[in-house]
Design a protein around this ligand. Structure first.
Ligand code: TPP
Length: 600
């Protein structure tokens, strides 16, 4: 028997391979991104980054219709984007198995909201499984595909950040090979016009009843009897924490989190004196159990907000008098560490854009990507950020809503293809005179440098076609388009001024490949100590390569600036802002070739 220590995401990829998945599609998003990155290592699976989660799910649905086992993966908010497809596929059902991996992010490690996507299973009337370690994560992919074929339904496997990223031991098995199922044209099943969809709804309801029956004996719904004074219903990583905090208690660990096993819940509740639910985020089980008429406690004890840890569960249990011992104070706590706020990398072209926008004193409707950091001090240029693709629509609305000053939408290349295109088309169609700055760093930087249609790099790094953003924008009907290199600041500023003045939709494409995807060939800048007076102007660009020196200016007593040569990429923004010309290009400067060209 071979064993390996895998993260939940690695285990899911392995589970897909073992369970005979042949098509997998995703759009990156923390904490789900590594699933497809790992799937791409298995040559038997066609794997792609799609332009967004809805496309990814449609691709997986199509593959399942055609007769091959398929998987789509996304973060929790990705399922919002893909929800239309989730709902229709619930009605059509599948042919070969279809599993949707949904990764929730309690604690908002990397998201704009906390969202408990167990609700989606209930809402879309599909089953959902939830693992609590990597072994279960791997197994549940196969189990979900089996269920999908048995009940003719998409099946969601929900993870959370902890299950996705924590590592534990997994038993590896061989790949199971399945015959391709033949596809047969069947419009009454696969064409969701009202007349046919109406007939599918009762099928879905009947399927949920059969699934609820199955949940009673699902091997992942496990009763572990201990002391009957306390019974705990739980799932996912909360199960691991509750096991640590209440080692003596009885447990009903739900691996199938929707539909819920009514009889099993009643039987378990009848065996214990006090029933509590330990679940992260919403009182999903708790409300359902209470609706069955069973007395239960949950959110009156444990937090509704934020990620659980063993200490969070222990503290809440202690306050409620369920245990006698509070959490043991740790040698050092997270709170003892100095804050390290996220910051744009040294040399990032996004900084030039935000610096210019701040100078122009415009309102900035930003989008989600590394450039979301444009809101952080000291630049602080951003007014709004909502969700992926919202920048252009919100900018349009603010323009139409009578905003008293000029405003500009800022959106990255990946986000532009994800959800920016329809918003720009809408602005062009309605001739709203907004300015959109597409910050094109030729990668999906925020999630770890995945390819996208604008970079042309596919998940496997081969065979892709780069889509020219300028050509797309012009084809949509934007007649005022300027492409500039973000590091060429006077041109950038000029282009921004002209675009803002333009009385129809205008686009500035600010290009600078991310410093992680293209070598920047320029030498670091240096501070000339005798010319620096410690005024801190250069520090207001928020570059992590600029530090305070231990040396002080003789007159003012202020620390001089110092440039960390190992971090500086020679972008020169500090050179531009220094009023005293106390910053100079490095002596070794050799090549200023545009790195856009260098990448091409
Ligand atoms: C619906 C949704 N899917 C995925 C994500 C994760 N995510 C955040 S920003 C981003 C894209 C960033 O790429 P880009 O717009 O090119 O900007 P960059 O980070 O490269 O500057 C992704 C995939 C998300 N926040 N929301």
């Amino acid at each position: 028997m071979t064993e390996a220590i895998l993260s939940g995401n690695e285990a899911i990829a392995r589970g897909a391979w073992e369970a005979g998945v042949e098509v997998a599609a995703a759009y990156p998003g923390t904490p789900s991104t590594e699933i497809l990155e790992n799937v791409s290592q298995y040559p038997e699976i066609y794997a792609e980054w799609s332009a967004n989660e809805k496309v990814a799910l449609d691709v997986a649905i199509g593959a399942a219709y055609a007769g091959r086992r398929a998987m789509a993966a996304m973060k929790h908010v990705g399922l919002n984007v893909a929800s239309e497809s989730l709902f229709y596929s619930s009605y059509t059902g599948v042919n070969a198995g279809l599993v949707i991996i949904n990764a929730d992010d309690p604690g908002l490690h990397s998201s704009q909201n906390e969202q408990d996507n167990r609700h989606y299973a209930r809402f879309a009337k599909v089953p959902m499984l939830e693992p609590s370690d990597s072994q279960e994560a791997k197994e549940m992919v196969g189990a979900a595909l089996d269920l999908s074929e048995q009940f003719d339904t998409p099946v969601i496997v929900r993870t959370t950040t902890r299950t996705s990223h924590a590592k534990s031991v997994v038993t590896l098995e061989e790949r199971r090979v399945y015959e391709k199922r033949p596809y047969e044209k069947n419009p009454r099943k696969y064409v969701m016009i009202p007349g046919f969809a109406r007939q599918r709804h009762p099928v879905v309801e009947e399927r949920m009843l059969r699934l609820a029956e199955y949940a009673e004996s699902c091997p992942y719904n496990r009763v572990e009897m201990g002391d009957t004074a306390l019974g705990i219903v739980t799932c996912g990583p909360s199960y691991q924490y509750a096991r640590e905090v209440f080692p003596q208690a009885s447990f009903l660990k739900l691996g199938m989190v929707w539909p819920l096993p009514e009889k099993l819940l009643r039987d378990f509740a009848a065996k214990v004196e006090r029933l509590i639910v330990v679940e992260e985020l919403d009182p999903f089980f708790e409300e359902h159990i209470r609706a069955l008429g069973i007395p239960v406690e949950g959110k009156s004890i444990f937090p509704l907000v934020g990620e659980f840890t063993p200490d969070v569960v222990r503290q809440a249990a202690y306050v409620a008098g369920l245990i006698q011992e509070p959490p043991v104070p740790r040698a050092f706590d997270k709170g003892d560490l100095p804050m390290r706020p996220p910051v744009l990398c040294a040399g990032c072209g996004h900084r030039d854009v935000f610096w210019s926008l701040r100078k122009l004193k415009v309102a900035v409707n930003s989008d989600i990507g590394c450039y979301a950091l444009g809101v952080m001090p000291p630049i602080g240029a951003t007014d709004t950020i909502g969700c992926m693709g919202a920048s252009i629509g919100v900018a349009t609305g603010m323009r139409r809503g009578g905003l008293e000053k000029d405003n500009v939408a800022v959106i990255g290349d990946s986000t532009f293809f994800h959800a920016g295109l329809p918003a720009l088309a809408s602005a062009v169609y309605n001739q709203t005179p907004i300015t959109v700055v597409i910050v094109d760093n030729r990668t999906t930087g925020m999630t770890g440098h995945q390819g996208n249609p604008g970079s042309g790099l596919t998940l496997r790094g081969e065979g892709g076609q780069r889509i020219d953003i300028e050509a797309v924008v012009r084809a949509i009907g934007v007649d005022h388009v300027r492409t500039v290199h973000s590091n060429q600041r006077s041109e950038l500023e000029q282009a921004l001024r002209e675009a803002i003045k333009h009385d129809a939709p205008s686009v500035v494409i600010a290009e600078t490949p991310c410093i992680f995807v293209s070598a920047h060939l320029r030498e670091p800048y240096v501070v000339v100590e005798e010319d620096c007076n410690g005024c801190t102007l250069c520090m207001r660009i928020g570059c992590p390569a600029i530090l305070k020196s231990e040396k002080l200016d003789e007159k003012s007593g202020r620390p001089l600036a110092f440039i960390d040569a190992t971090a500086c990429t020679g972008c020169g923004l500090c050179f531009d802002v220094c009023a005293r010309q106390a910053i100079l290009e490095g002596a070794l400067k050799t090549d200023t070739t545009s790195s856009v060209e260098a990448m091409a």
